[in-house]
Design a binder for this molecule. Structure first.
Ligand SMILES: [Zn+2]
Length: 479
């Protein structure tokens, strides 16, 4: 069975072939750390998490690099407004981002390079572009990329550049399709940049956003790698600019497969702060939802379709989509707990029909996911399995051995979905902040930082929780 993805480059479903057999290099545009990421951003990160888990399920060894944009127009602007140094300011949102990923059960990428740690690599790349005639110094002293020099400029976003803006320059990091123009590789220092600058052959300044991703992706994955992902709004100009920079500099093809995740809409409109329908993960957690429920909702819609997040302020069910997620997960929890009970003791005899049912479910689950991450197909396979096993239990019972076999298939499914909680059925749902404290304490113990571990234990105790060791590992339970 071959793995297939819709490649934005060709606008076609293509069979996936990795450059090195059995290995995938994947670059993911990470967050700009100037604020808490909103659930639209997290939709893309959850999609990328599903993608890496499916690739692993299909037997690939995945190396995923996600950058952190900690210097750009927005981080500089907002750090100044907050009266903080750029580093102190972005550190807050870097940490918040990782906490949020953890809450959403997103598997960590292999590396999270920060732009400010890779400035020499960017300067080197810009110098190559100047030497090859693609980069030039504008009359404002900044370095620009000449888009007319690169033959396939705009090919990813399918931008028609005919008769357009030749020699016009744009210095902002973000701009629209109709503003396509020579873009900044290196921005000369201005008063407004304050103390944010680095030395370069072109004087004091800072990198443009687009060169950050070209430099960091090629540093970690090589000039030519398998896969690059992001949200659809990254497609143009950001990803076209990356292609233009990288391919002009190396003379090699940059990326084989481009995958883009569609927008999250709120009540069919754009999420906007001014309309009051802008949501961070934290806000939903405060409303009493769990990371697992938000994850399920974000996963539910195929990544190439717009996801419509429903918000009904003032209604009894303010977030109908999250309520549906809660109901679906409860149904699965009832099932896994039923199977767990049987695995802990059942007098029923082995069921001859089990293998066929499980093999069929496993095959359907995998076939759906390796066909461009067909999540509804995978969920249908899971829910049909639940129905068939429930029926078998009602009709003839399930032996202890058979229940164990069912659990092991559920665990395999959950390696991909990460919503099932096959092994940690808990009476009381642990609040996310408590779970975070507990995770920190486990880490402190691993690090042999006993005083910190004790302090966190006391903090948990005050909040009414404790950690107990069980045969399945440590669990958080109410005092
Ligand atoms: Zn990027």
């Amino acid at each position: 069975m071959s793995v297939k993805f819709y490649n934005t480059l060709s606008r076609e479903l293509e069979e996936f072939k990795s450059i090195e057999p059995g290995k995938v290099g994947m670059y993911t545009c990470g967050p700009t750390v100037y604020n808490y990421a909103h659930i639209g951003n997290f939709r893309a990160y959850v999609f990328e998490d599903l993608l890496r888990r499916v690739l692993k399920y299909a037997g690939y060894d995945v190396t995923q690099i996600m950058n952190l944009t900690d210097v750009d127009d927005k981080t500089i602007r907002d750090s100044q407004a907050a009266g903080k140094s750029l580093n102190d300011f972005t550190a807050i949102y870097k940490e918040a981002f990782f906490d949020d990923l953890n809450i959403l059960r997103v598997e960590p990428a292999e590396e999270y390079p920060a732009a400010t740690d890779n400035i020499p690599e960017m300067i080197e790349l810009i110098q190559i572009l100047i030497d090859k005639g693609y980069g030039y110094i504008g009359d404002d002293g900044s370095v620009y990329y000449s888009i007319e020099k690169f033959e396939c400029y705009g090919c990813l976003g399918r931008i028609n550049l005919e008769g357009q803006r030749s020699g016009v320059r744009i210095s902002t990091d973000e701009y629209e399709k109709d503003q396509a123009a020579d873009f900044a590789l290196w921005k000369k220092w201005e008063e407004a940049d304050g103390d944010v600058w680095w030395e370069s052959p072109w004087g004091k300044g800072r990198p443009g956003w687009h060169i950050e991703c070209s430099a960091m992706s090629m540093k970690y994955l090589g000039n030519h790698f398998d896969m690059h992902t992001g949200g659809v709004d990254n497609m143009f100009p950001h990803h076209d600019d990356e292609i233009a920079q990288s391919e002009a500099a190396t003379g090699e093809k940059y990326v084989n497969y481009w995958l883009h995740c569609e927008h999250l809409m709120v009540n069919n409109g754009k999420m906007s702060k001014s309309k009051g329908n802008f949501f961070t993960l934290r806000q939903l957690i405060e409303k009493g939802y769990t990371g697992r429920e938000v994850r399920w909702l974000l996963l539910n819609t195929h990544y190439r379709q717009k996801l419509n997040f429903l918000h009904a302020p003032g209604e009894q069910l303010e977030f109908p989509g999250l309520e549906e997620a809660r109901t679906a997960l409860k149904r699965l929890d009832v099932f896994t707990s039923r199977i767990n009970d049987l695995a802990n003791g059942s007098k029923a005899t082995d069921w001859g029909g089990l293998d066929v049912v499980l093999d069929k479910a496993a095959a359907r689950f995998k076939a759906a996911l390796i066909e461009d991450l067909n999540i509804s197909g995978a969920q249908a396979a899971l829910f049909d399995l639940v129905r068939e096993i429930n029926r078998a239990i009602d009709e003839q019972g399930l032996s202890q051995k058979d229940a164990d076999i069912v659990l092991s298939l559920l665990r395999k499914f959950d390696n991909v979905l990460s919503v099932l909680d096959v092994d940690d059925q808990q009476e009381d749902e642990v609040p996310v902040d408590i779970q975070l404290l507990a995770d920190k304490r486990q880490q402190a113990r691993k690090d042999k930082n006993w005083s910190e571990a004790d302090r966190l234990r006391d903090e948990l105790k005050q909040a009414g929780w404790q950690i107990v060791d069980t045969p399945d590992g440590a669990k958080v339970v109410p005092l």
